[in-house]
Write a protein that binds this ligand. Structure first.
Ligand SMILES: Nc1ncnc2c1ncn2[C@@H]1O[C@H](COP(=O)(O)OP(=O)(O)OP(=O)(O)O)[C@@H](O)[C@H]1O
Ligand SMILES: O=C(O)C(=O)C[C@H](O)[C@H](O)CO
Length: 301
């Protein structure tokens, strides 16, 4: 029971940075920078968490293609313990994204192999997680919330945008979730409310500690009936890609070491805010010392 476990498809991002604008239909534009990096989701979160010194273990899909080789090289460089869940002959069972980033925003085109490439036996997933101190789950693994909670794991459930997001999807699992960390758009969609505050209130009907990540406005959460707002880190924003993944890493750093909920959210706010200062999910590197320095300087903790 000593690590944080996460399972999911890896993303590989090709990032075209500092574009003047997003191209219109029929246009080609040139950008002054372009690089490849592991993208968002569980892989990014666990790498960020490992950089903070927390033991992590990752389950993902790895084939024999060039993107899979790139993934393995990066995981080994970051010294991430990983297991391969691939049981099909898919060459590159990863999501490949092309991101065009300009000052105002970014546009993303992604390709993911069909669902059949990602078949895994439920028992194998349960076995992977059951000894973890924290099980970091996504919606695809929501069926494991109950059994893993009963196995003694702390359950952190992440969210991701889906046009079908609704409370109905979560009713059955919320009783077993310790912390659910949607962003404001996801929270609004799930609860069918009109703003993050109301969404937080609604989530509070199902969760003891509702949390809503609120982008450049920081984070909202509710504890003992009171709504708290954590102001964002005062940073120069470059690119929001991976802010949510980085938030999850800082948040779980706090949980792992037994900090209070307030402090866990502060840690998440720092790692989330720090992530937007550079292009891509993993470019802005933050280690434990830097995190604690921010924590002491900003929050006087
Ligand atoms: N511009 C910003 N300035 C400071 N902090 C930020 C900024 N953007 C995001 N953050 C921090 O990162 C956290 C997560 O960001 P956000 O709410 O955008 O999540 P997300 O939508 O899941 O992120 P992603 O862009 O990775 O999908 C916020 O709660 C906040 O703490
Ligand atoms: O912004 C995020 O958190 C993402 O998940 C975007 C990622 O970079 C992802 O790899 C792009 O599809």
């Amino acid at each position: 029971m000593n690590s944080v476990g996460g399972f999911g498809i890896a993303n590989v991002d090709i990032i075209f940075g500092n574009a003047d604008r997003i191209p219109k239909l029929g246009e080609e534009i040139y950008t002054p920078s372009c690089f490849k990096q592991l993208g968002g989701g569980v892989v990014a979160t666990l790498i960020q968490l490992s950089r903070l010194g927390v033991p992590v273990k990752l389950a993902t899909y790895i084939g024999n293609g060039s993107l899979s080789k790139y993934l393995v090289k990066k995981l080994e460089k970051e010294k991430i313990e990983y297991i391969n869940m691939l049981s099909t002959d898919e060459e590159d069972p990863v999501t490949l994204s092309c991101i065009v980033s300009c000052e105002q925003d970014r546009g993303i085109v992604s390709y993911k192999p069909k669902e059949e490439a990602f078949r895994v036996d439920s028992k194998k997933i349960y076995e992977f997680y059951k000894d973890c101190k924290i099980a970091f789950l996504s919606l695809e693994q929501k069926e494991f919330c109950k059994s893993l909670k009963e196995a003694g794991c702390i359950i952190v459930l992440d969210s991701a945008w889906n046009d079908m997001l609704s409370l109905e999807w979560y009713y059955d699992v919320f009783p077993y979730v310790d912390y659910f960390i949607p962003n404001s758009m996801e929270a609004i969609k799930i609860t069918d409310e009109e703003n993050p505050e109301k969404a937080l209130e609604k989530l509070g009907q199902y969760l003891k500690y509702p949390i809503v990540k609120n982008g450049n406005k920081g984070c909202l959460y509710k504890e003992d009936g009171e709504i708290h707002t954590v102001e964002p880190l005062p940073v120069k924003h470059v690119d929001s890609t991976g802010a949510g993944d980085a938030f999850a890493a800082g948040f779980m750093y706090g949980l792992y070491y037994g900090y209070s909920l307030d402090d866990c959210i502060r840690f998440g706010n720092i790692t989330g805010g720090y992530a937007v200062t550079k292009m891509g999910c993993l470019t802005a590197e933050i280690d434990e010392q830097k995190l604690l320095n921010y924590f002491h300087n900003i929050y006087r903790r």
